[in-house]
Unconditional design. Structure first.
Length: 282
């Protein structure tokens, strides 16, 4: 377990890390270029242990995808206890800039086996939490629309909900500029879409147990929906990845990584900050 003294950092087989969401290809390509040029991993992906030596990827899907693309055998990770109540699973909402150019109302109304209906704005978050709707659209006029399962029993079917969410995101992904935003209350919506060209897509919250269930079933959530609140993130590991290609055996790689961790600890380079900080270099 990570402590205030030091995070739990390990070198694990790349193949042991299980994704819970699709990576974002644009960000992965950017990371690929950077890793190819400087071979430096600044911030390790964050994982939790699963049965059978597997690891659930909580944060860092694009970094992890870059490691897979590069064919690297191992990846430095930070391991956390997913049972820790301080680790929370929350959600992003998608702000679509210039979204008015997309007729999402028409696209969603044509989706099979769903009902697309107007919903009072003050009810939308409650209905998302209750899984009465799989997703919601707030259009440029601030009108809320719900993507309802055609069969009420489908609200409990995770696989069915993921199929719908895939279609919801596919209607705009790559076709407009997207920003991930946090919205906790309907009153936040007008400020988020003050520009008449903007639209917002709202998503439900998954539980941590549902996330584990999805991963064990080999299912993936669309990119950019889940976000984890993880206290004690390890930032600035700054490990040179050259050893992963120059060293032949797993034992050599593990020994080199342990030696690097011992070195930075002896040099006093591991510091814990209780207060919140702004990171400007990523």
């Amino acid at each position: 377990m990570s402590t205030h003294l030091a995070p739990t950092l390990r070198l694990v087989p790349t193949a042991s890390v299980r994704f819970h969401e699709h990576p974002e290809h644009r960000r992965t390509e950017k990371l690929l270029r950077r890793l190819t040029e400087d071979r430096m991993l600044r911030n390790p992906p964050i994982v939790a242990e699963l049965d059978g030596g597997q690891h659930l990827l909580l944060d860092g899907a694009n970094r992890m995808s870059a490691f897979v693309e590069l064919g690297l055998s191992h990846v430095p990770v930070q391991v956390v206890d997913y049972g820790d109540d301080d680790i929370q699973l929350r959600r992003w909402q998608h702000l679509l800039l210039e979204g008015r150019a997309l007729d999402l109302r028409a696209a969603y109304a044509k989706m099979p086996e769903i009902r697309f209906e107007q919903v009072p704005s003050h009810e939308i978050f409650r209905r998302l939490e209750a899984r009465e709707v799989f997703a919601a659209l707030v259009d440029e006029s601030h009108t809320c629309w719900g993507v309802f399962p055609s069969n009420a029993e489908d609200r409990y079917d995770l696989r069915r909900m993921l199929d719908v969410l895939e279609d919801v995101v596919a209607a705009y992904e790559g076709r407009t500029q997207l920003e991930r935003i946090k919205l906790a209350d309907p009153s936040d919506i007008p400020e988020a879409i003050a520009d008449l060209d903007h639209q917002v897509v709202l998503f439900p919250i998954f539980s941590k147990s549902e996330l584990v269930q999805l991963v064990t079933q080999g299912l993936l959530i669309p990119t950019g929906i889940t976000r984890h609140v993880i206290p004690g993130r390890a930032l600035g590991l700054n490990v040179d990845l050259g050893f992963l290609t120059t060293m032949e055996t797993d034992e050599e790689k593990l020994a080199h990584f342990r030696s690097y961790l011992d070195k930075i600890q002896l040099e006093g380079r591991i510091r814990f900050y209780q207060e919140s900080v702004f990171i400007l270099n990523e």
